[in-house]
Structures are given as C-alpha cells and as structure tokens.
Design a protein around this ligand. Structure first.
Ligand code: NAP
Length: 532
C-alpha cells in the first residue's frame, strides 16, 4: 500500500502540511494519492540517522552487505506486480518497459552483491617497510578504499527504477558501505515509495542499522537544496537536467565543507556518418536510427540528437529515408506534461531558427502528452556559430549537420561540448574516417560506438556512462557498471600500524582472502609473503 509518507530510516513519517500528487500522462489526469513533502525536521532526522547508521554500516562485512543487496532484489521481485501498476500509471511507459527496467535494477543490485563477495573493489595495496633503507628508512604503508559517508541520491525522471530509488546510484553507494538518503523524483513518487518499502524490509530482515536508507518526497527544489547543504551528507549522485545538476554542483561547492557531486546531465550524442557506409546501407541505417531516435519517446540521455555527415547525394537519400521512417512510427506518450512542454518549447525554438530547416512535415492529431517526431537540418558553419543548437532537446528529435568536407566535420566535433557518447557509422577502410577525427571525438565523449546506436547502455564493468562536462560533472567516473562504486570510496593509507589495529583487509594474514597488491605483486597470499 502506498501511504504518501516519507521513510525516515525504517519509520513512515509525514509532519508537513504540503502535499502533491503524481500525474498519469496517458489519461492526462492526476493520480489519487497525496505525497507529503519532507519537512525540515524530517530532513534533519534522516540525515542525522544516516550519519549514525554510517558508523555501524561501514563496519558491516562485505558478505553481510551483499546479503542486504540480494535481499532488496528479492523484495522487489515479490512486489513486482504492484510496481508495474504504479509505474505505468505515473509514467505513461509500457508494462514491458517497466518489467525490463525492473529486471535491470535487480541485476544491478545482484552485480554489486557479487562484487562484494568476489571483487577487488577496495584496491588494497601494501608496501612493506625497509628499515635499513638509506638515507631514510621506508615506512610500512597500507592503502585501501573506504566508504565516504552518507550519500544523497536524486532519483531520475526518465528511469523510475534503474536510476532512481534502488537504481545504480543507490546500489553502488550501499555496496560501498554508504547509507543513502533518496530525494525521490516527484513524477513517480508512488513507484519510489514501493521500492523504498522493499529496501526498508530488506534492511530490517538483514539487520542493517536504522537510517541506512531514507526516502524523502518533495516537489520543488527546496528539499534537495537543504539536503545538499546538510553537513551529514558527504556526496551526491544526480541524473537529470544540466540546469538542475549544475545548480546542485554549485551548491555543494559553496558549502563550508564542499562535497563531490556526481551528476549525469544532458547529452546530444553526436553520430558521424561516412560515405562508404551510407553507400552500402543508407536505407537500413535510416530505419535503425528512426527507431533509436524515437525509442522511449526519445527520453534517454543517450538519444542521438545530432547526426553529422557530408552534404552529398547519398546523404540526401539517407535524409529522405530517415524522415520517411520516422514519420511511419507512431508517437508514444511522454513521462509528464512538463517534459512534453519542454520538448515542444525546444522544437519551437528549432522551428523559429532561420538557419534550420525542419524536414518532417507530417501533421497528425496527437493525444495530450504525445510528441511529434522531428528531424531538422543545418549547415556545419551555422551549427558551429549558434551554440543553442547544441542544447539537448529531451525527446524524439534529431538535428542533421551537413559538412562540406572532413575539415568542417573536424571543426564541428571540436566546437561541441562533452558528451556521453559519440558514434561512428563507417566502413573500416573509409577514406573520410581519419585518425584525427577519431581522436577529436574521443576527447569529447565517455563512450565511442562503431556502427551501432548510442541508445541501450549495457551494464558491465567495461561500460563508461559519463563523459566530459556537461555530460557529467566528473569524467573520471562511470554511473553504470560495478566500477560506479568508486564514486563513493576514498583512499586511506595506514602508516606503520600494528597488526591488531589494522582493518582486516590490510592485515598480513589476509583473513578475508581478497586479492591485494603486495610490493607490486597481485596475490591472495597472506602471512607467507610477510615472513620472507
Ligand atoms: P531536473 O529538473 O534536473 O530534476 C531532477 C531532480 O533534481 C528533481 O528531483 C528536482 O527536484 C531536482 N532539482 C532540480 N533542480 C534543482 C535545484 N536547483 N536544486 C535542488 N534540486 C533540484 O530533471 P527532470 O525533472 O528529471 O526533467 C526535466 C528535464 O531534465 C527534462 O525535460 C530533460 O530535459 C532533462 N533530463 C535529462 C536527462 C538526461 O539523462 N540527460 C534525464 C532526465 C531529465 P524537484 O523535481 O523536486 O524540483
């Protein structure tokens, strides 16, 4: 049952008079349940509790934390049907999409649970002393990654499960040993509460400290701002708009004690198409890209928003085919009237821009919250001149950028801001595909794709989901895959510590049997190595 209340640790709480409702974009009506905005008192209580919980949670063994994560995934499976119903009513997304996203969420939790048992995420390194070293003796130094403290996570509007309450940020932070305070996304607060209930149940069943997880409702930026400013919060995970992410980043930097913000924000994901590939496959590519641009109503951070190629006959054929294919696809509902409105505003700006030609012409009668698919084009020099054309329009549209030659293509890439992805559609031996172009693209992105589509983010250790600003606030980290745990860990070195006072991970006898780097050699060996 959804109560509309906040979870302050394991307790449901609602001591504010301010409430809001979620919205069913398919029916174009408000849903019934009222959600209570978190009060100042609840903000203070949840962050304080997280701070208390951290003292215990960071000592909980990897095995026990792993059980906690697996239990969350079991609890989610148990309430799968409830989640599907509420998710669909709050997002306009399909049952299949919900099930796929839930599956991904469960698998993410399980992959972190597995990492805790098998992985080497603490990066233990031991350099033993050399007392006889001249002119000064070398001390014994032992380093490992340790949890940073309570993490504030902002749920994402476009992934109510996989990047929200029990999504990648939460799973990785809990795996790291950091309590999580979740600032629930107001567009899917009901889904958020159901998932929070599963986390709280799992925490109780696996005897995790109270405060290891809290879920706070709000519609408006004040609660988020107060949470970012809480001195108990030690890091922030965010997925959403550039304006939101940047505001939170600025706020966190201005604190008396600044904290890291790992924000994954907008991206237009440039796609570069080369002539040989077009010659062989223009029709298939057009069909493939029409799908990629419109999937999920274009509400993906990896949506291909900019397609760059040469102004040639063959590209003309591709262009016409892309328009034909995209006009054949029926529009699907967007997540919320506000997101639909932002999309329409973005499209209007494109239409008003004198340098841009809108190529899609078909006008169909659309239900509320359903968007028109839009393809437009612009010359490379106008694109370089007008920075507004680089802004993400969150939805099913793409801008074609026409270059005269490779030099212009290179300038287009150089003019672009940081991106999550960049895609090359090319034959391996295409004369137009130079190393210079690849190098220029590599500087701008977190992931380069050869002959694929950027939508669809595989969850695995080799995935980078991040990129130079403004794609993310810290391009050294990925928001997807087990390595995303690194965002919530910090290195601590212990110098000349006695064995009995060292953390288990750093003791000579390696009681946890983990992989460690000892004097430059990776090994699970324990005592034997230290007696030599
Ligand atoms: P958003 O406006 O960035 O909001 C995300 C979360 O951050 C919400 O919980 C919001 O709180 C909070 N927030 C925003 N600005 C804040 C501030 N200045 N201080 C404190 N908290 C703040 O994103 P959204 O609601 O998900 O969607 C709006 C637009 O963002 C979309 O139309 C799209 O353009 C973009 N977006 C992009 C991606 C992507 O992956 N690239 C993903 C999602 C959305 P409240 O809602 O409570 O105000």
């Amino acid at each position: 049952m959804i109560t509309g209340k906040n979870y302050i640790g394991g307790e449901l709480s609602s001591n504010s008079f301010v409430s809001f409702k979620t919205f069913n974009p398919l029916l174009n009506i408000e849903n019934n349940i009222s959600f209570y905005e978190a009060s100042d008192n609840e903000i203070e209580k949840s962050t304080k509790l997280a701070n208390e919980a951290f003292k215990i949670f960071k000592q909980v063994s990897s095995l026990e934390r792993s059980k906690f994560l697996n239990q969350i995934s079991d609890e989610l499976e148990l309430i799968k049907n409830d989640i599907v119903n509420v998710y669909c009513s709050e997002t306009g997304l399909s049952e299949d999409r919900c099930k796929a996203e839930l599956n991904r969420t469960v698998n993410q939790l399980k992959s972190f649970a597995k990492l805790l048992i098998e992985g080497n995420f603490q990066e233990v390194s031991i350099d033993t002393s050399i007392p006889e070293r001249k002119p000064i003796p070398k001390p014994d130094l032992r380093k490992m990654l340790m949890p940073i403290g309570p993490v504030l996570v902002f749920g994402a509007s476009n992934f109510p499960l996989a990047y929200s309450t029990a999504g990648g940020d939460t799973a990785s932070a809990l795996a790291a040993g950091c309590p999580v305070i979740l600032k629930s996304h107001p567009m899917h607060a009901g889904t958020g509460e159901l998932v929070a209930t599963a986390i709280i149940r799992a925490a109780k069943k696996t005897k995790m400290p109270n405060g290891v997880f809290s879920n706070l409702n709000s519609k408006g930026i004040e609660v988020g701002e107060k949470l970012v400013n809480s001195h108990y919060v030690k890091a922030v995970g965010f997925t959403g708009s550039l304006s939101g992410g940047r505001a939170i980043y600025n706020l966190a930097s201005k604190r008396d004690t600044p904290i890291p913000v790992f924000a994954e924000m907008g991206s237009v994901n440039p796609v570069l198409i080369f002539p040989k590939k077009l010659k062989n496959e223009y029709s298939e590519l057009a069909a493939k890209y029409a799908k990629s641009i419109t999937i999920g109503s274009g509400q993906f951070c990896t949506n291909p928003g900019i397609i760059i190629s040469f102004d040639t006959e063959i590209f003309n054929l591709f262009k016409n085919k892309l328009v034909e294919e995209i006009e054949k696809i029926s529009p699907s509902c967007m997540l919320h009237p506000n997101i639909h409105k932002s999309y329409n505003d973005g499209v209007e700006n494109i239409k008003k821009n004198k340098s841009v030609s809108v190529l899609t012409k078909k006008q169909i009668e659309l239900d509320d919250n359903f968007p028109n698919h839009v393809i437009s084009s612009v010359t490379a020099n106008k694109f370089i001149e007008d920075k507004s054309l680089q802004q993400e329009i969150f939805g099913p549209c793409s801008l074609l950028v026409l270059c005269k030659d490779q030099h212009e293509m290179l300038n287009v890439i150089k003019s672009m801001e940081g991106q999550l992805t960049g895609t090359l559609l090319a034959e391996e031996n295409d004369d137009y595909l130079t190393q210079e172009i690849i190098n220029a693209l590599e500087l701008k992105v977190g992931r380069i794709i050869f002959n694929g589509v950027p939508t669809g983010v595989e969850v695995c250790p080799s995935m980078t989901h991040g990129g130079p600003y403004p794609a993310s606030t810290d391009s050294r980290f990925s928001a997807v895959g087990i390595n995303s745990i690194k965002r919530w860990l910090r290195p601590v070195s212990f110098q000349d510590f006695p064995q009995n006072l060292l953390p288990s991970e750093l003791k000579n006898n390696n009681p946890l049997n983990i992989e460690r780097n000892i004097n430059g050699i990776t090994t699970r060996e324990g005592d034997s190595l230290f007696k030599i």
